[in-house]
Design a protein around this ligand. Sequence first.
Ligand code: PGA
Length: 249
Amino acid sequence: MSRKYIIANWKMNMSLSEALQWLKDVEENFPEGVDGAVCPPFVYIRDLVKEARKLKVGAQNVSWAEKGAYTGEVAAYMLKDVGADLVIIGHSERRKYFNETNQDISKKITLAVKNGLEVVLCVGETLEQRQAGKVEEVVRTQLREGLDGVPPETWEKLTIAYEPVWAIGTGVPCKPEDAIKVIEFIRAELKDIAGNKGKGIRVLYGGSIKPDNFEEFLKVGVDGGLVGGASLKADSFIQLLRLGAKYSS
Ligand code: PGA
């Protein structure tokens, strides 16, 4: 797939008025030929869905349960009901702070795609795992266990984000040549698991992307970016979208 995909992950940031102003600015400057999405905290999704014309809107998490007595959770059908297009699943902050396992993640993905949502599955190693030479082992397990039981006919709804944990929010991105090695490995794994269905899946890079380093990643062949810090300002997100458009075909 040669159309790049740039996704803003706001994490637990922004007020409602900031969110709406950001959306207005980004929509007005949205370049042709690139795919863009914003994943705000749950409470802003509906407001952004009402205003968004060019950007997709999504969530940063979803429950592994279908519905019922799960205080504080949000179900996949509810996201669909309020107009969300996608959901990020398995972000390293969810794995680390909320003890999400690959088994939770596969349940979440299954419910999300069943409800017609696109899924962005995040995978990536910690610094210790990288230093121990375990990058491929870790990423393979996250992919295989995370996608276990997810019906192959829904795989067109998938995007993968390779996010080395040590590069997230640190200001120190992975070297593009190292990132693309893992991304090529992920592409090969997807093809191995799902055959041709795995072929068109976009594999993004995430971790300290900024307007002044993103082009290096696009040059080596990433399919786009999952962006935290640099997505919070409309200006810098617009610059990232423009770079994505430049490398799309
Ligand atoms: P960052 O976050 O761009 O702030 O490093 C990326 C992410 O967590 O998705």
